[in-house]
Design a protein around this ligand. Structure first.
Ligand SMILES: Nc1ncnc2c1ncn2[C@@H]1O[C@H](COP(=O)(O)OP(=O)(O)OP(=O)(O)O)[C@@H](O)[C@H]1O
Length: 321
C-alpha cells in the first residue's frame, strides 16, 4: 500500500508535484498516467526515497521508504532500466545487488527464472536489448520479494512481445496480492493492464478512478439498427434518454442500457439487426482530462499524432527541463 498525503516537490520556483493525495492499493495494478512533465517520475522517486518531499509525505506500508529496515524487501522499483551499463553478466549484476542487501544468492536464480532471463543470464548486460534490459530491471526490483512494485514506463520502447510480457507479468504480480504501480504515457496500454488509474497533470491529480469508471465517463452509447427505428425512437424518447438518428435504420442511444432497449423492442415487436454497446475510448477521456494540463501543445491532435511516439504525449512537448 502506498499512501501520499499533500505530497509536494518544488525545484526552485517550479512545483513539480503539487500537494497530491492518493492511495495505491494491493492486489491490483494501478496505472500512473500523465503527459510529459506531469510529475510521475518525481512522485515515484519520492516514494522510493530518491527525492525528498518539499512538503507532505508518502509512505509504503505505513512508513516512509527510508524508515524501513530492509526497504528492498518492502518495495522494488524499476526507475530507469537504461541506467544499467555494465560489463558484468546479468547474473553477476543481480548477485552484486543481492549481496549488498543481505539477500541470499539463490533468490538471484529465482528472479532470473521469473523474468525469463535464463538463456542470457551469463551474458554481458552491456549487450542487452531494451526488452532484456527491462526484464533485468524488473528482476532486480523483485530481488527482495517485495509486496510493492513501482515500474516507471516499463513498456516504453518495447516490441509487442515485450509489451505483452510486461502486461502479463504486472497482472500476475497483482494477482499474488502485491501493490503494483506502473507509469505510462499511454492510456490505451493502461486500459489493458491497469485496474485503477491515477492521472497527473501539471503536478496535480486530475483523475483517480477504476478503469471501468473512466470508461463510463467517456460517452458510451448503444447503437441500434432496425428497419423500424422510428417506432423505437418514439418509445425510447424520455427526459434522460438521448436518441440520435444516424441514418434511416440506425440510432445512437445514450442514457439507457442495451437490455432496456432490447426489451422495449421486443415489447413493440420491432426486429433488431444490431444492438451494440459502443464504449468511448479511454484515450479520449485521457486527452480531455489532460487537455489543459500539458505544458506545451504542438497543435491539433490528429489520428497520426495519436498513433505517434507515445499516444497522448504527441500533444505535449516538455521543453522546459
Ligand atoms: N531535478 C530536477 N530539477 C528541476 N526540475 C525538475 C527536476 N526533475 C524534474 N523536474 C521538473 O519537474 C516536472 C515534473 O517532471 P517529471 O519528470 O516528474 O515528470 P513526468 O511526469 O515523469 O514526465 P515524463 O513523462 O516526461 O518523464 C517537470 O517540469 C520537470 O522539468
Amino acid at each position: 500500500m502506498i499512501e501520499a498525503t499533500s505530497l509536494t516537490k518544488r525545484y526552485g520556483a517550479r512545483t513539480a508535484v503539487d500537494a497530491i493525495d492518493f492511495t495505491v492499493r494491493p492486489g491490483q495494478v494501478t496505472g500512473f498516467l500523465g503527459p510529459n512533465g506531469a510529475g510521475k517520475s518525481t512522485t515515484m522517486r519520492m516514494i522510493v526515497g530518491l527525492d525528498r518531499p518539499s512538503a507532505g509525505r508518502v509512505t509504503v506500508n505505513g512508513r516512509p521508504y527510508a524508515e524501513h529496515r530492509a526497504p528492498l524487501r518492502e518495495v522494488g522499483a524499476l526507475l530507469d532500466a537504461k541506467a544499467v551499463h555494465t560489463g558484468r553478466s546479468a547474473r553477476n549484476h543481480l548477485r552484486a545487488i543481492a549481496a549488498t542487501h543481505g539477500i541470499p544468492a539463490r533468490r538471484v536464480d529465482e528472479v532470473i527464472g521469473l523474468t525469463g532471463l535464463e538463456s542470457v543470464a551469463r551474458k554481458r548486460v552491456g549487450g542487452f536489448s531494451l526488452g532484456m534490459g527491462q526484464r533485468l530491471g524488473i528482476a532486480a526490483a523483485l530481488l527482495g520479494d517485495p509486496a510493492t512494485l513501482i515500474l516507471d514506463e516499463p513498456v516504453n520502447g518495447l516490441d509487442p512481445e515485450g509489451v505483452l510480457w510486461v502486461r502479463g507479468f504486472a497482472r500476475q504480480l497483482a494477482a499474488e496480492g502485491r501493490t503494483v504501480l506502473l507509469s505510462s504515457h499511454l492510456m490505451s496500454e493502461m486500459a489493458l493492464t491497469a485496474d485503477h488509474i491515477i492521472v497527473l497533470g501539471k503536478g496535480r491529480v486530475v483523475a483517480n478512478a477504476p478503469v471501468g469508471d473512466l470508461l463510463g465517463s467517456t460517452g458510451s452509447f448503444v447503437r441500434v439498427r432496425s428497419p423500424r427505428v422510428d417506432e423505437l425512437a418514439r418509445r425510447l424518447g424520455q427526459p434522460d434518454v438521448t436518441v440520435t438518428s444516424v441514418d434511416a435504420t440506425t440510432l445512437e442511444v445514450r442514457g439507457v442500457g442495451a437490455e432496456v432497449i432490447g426489451e422495449v423492442a421486443a415489447g413493440l415487436g420491432v426486429p433488431l439487426h444490431e444492438l451494440t454497446l459502443v464504449q468511448g475510448s479511454l484515450e479520449d477521456a485521457y486527452l480531455s482530462l489532460t487537455r489543459d494540463e500539458v505544458e506545451y501543445r504542438t497543435g491539433a491532435v490528429t489520428g497520426a499524432d495519436a498513433a505517434g511516439r507515445a499516444g497522448a504525449t504527441a500533444v505535449s512537448e516538455e521543453v522546459a527541463r
